[in-house]
Design a protein around this ligand. Structure first.
Ligand code: GLN
Length: 247
């Protein structure tokens, strides 16, 4: 059995759990061999986190999420989960901010982060709640020739910089050296008119850590959840973990 947690301090928790359930059903219907059983849990304590093989950090508000995580004594266990145990972790929107090693905001003031992705994110890149939008994304890691993915962007961050030369002593750099993982750009979206040339980076992966600017859990498109669950299963298999397939 594989336990997948959704960090449930704040934000879109139920939506992720519901899509994960659909994704698990789809995985088992697609596969000719038995797929593992999944259990999906809400994570509010370090004890619950320690039961998880993989974790989703949902959208919401990253400063609030960090303050609550700090109060509950969860911030350091989360850092350990992502950067020491290297367990598969996916952040959507505010979750992507939490998983970045640096964040710049429109307002002054620092915020605590989990890290894991050697990137700097720009928070609220597309403006306020009222400027939320849905945009069609071509995500090469989903099978080609299929429908574009409807990306829901709500006060969304983007990756503005991939950090290639972290400062000495930065523990993210140690992680990278150990695993040899580089940041991969997994999805882009054309910059809105008047905001520069080219594309914004809206999905990245570095080893066990995956982040998206947008909210797949607010659609009924299960493809990214299915893809990610598959990565989780394969990662656990190749990581030497004994994950018994159950039918
Ligand atoms: N703007 C929020 C933040 O910086 C993220 C918004 C969201 O998750 N929809 O945390």
């Amino acid at each position: 059995q594989i336990t997948v947690g959704v960090l449930a301090l704040q934000g879109g928790v139920i939506e992720h759990i519901s899509l994960l359930q659909k994704a698990a059903a789809q995985l088992s219907s697609q596969s000719s061999t038995p797929t593992p059983q999944f259990s999906f849990i809400q994570v509010r304590t370090a004890a619950q986190l320690s039961q998880c093989d993989a974790l989703i950090i949902p959208g919401g508000e990253s400063t609030t999420m960090a303050i609550v995580a700090r109060r509950l004594g969860l911030l350091d266990p989360l850092r350990e989960f992502v950067k020491v145990q290297h367990k598969p972790t996916w952040g959507t929107c505010a979750g992507l901010v939490m998983l970045a090693s640096a964040a710049s905001a429109t307002k002054q003031g620092g915020q605590e982060l989990i890290g894991g992705l050697d990137v700097k994110v720009l928070r609220n890149r597309y403006g306020t709640q009222l400027q939320s939008f849905v945009g069609d994304l071509r995500l090469p890691f989903l099978e080609e020739g299929r429908q574009p993915f409807r990306g829901v962007f709500i006060r969304a961050p983007v990756v503005e910089e991939i950090i290639t030369t972290p400062t000495a002593g930065d523990d993210d750099e140690v992680t990278k050296l150990k695993t040899g993982n580089q940041v991969e750009v997994m999805g882009t979206y054309p910059k809105p008119e008047g905001t520069g040339e080219g594309d914004d980076i809206v999905a990245v992966r570095q080893g066990n850590v995956f982040g998206t600017s947008f909210h797949p859990e607010l659609t009924d498109d299960v493809r990214i959840h299915t893809w990610w669950l598959k990565q989780v299963v394969e990662g656990l298999k190749s990581g030497g973990r004994d994950v018994q397939a159950q039918s």
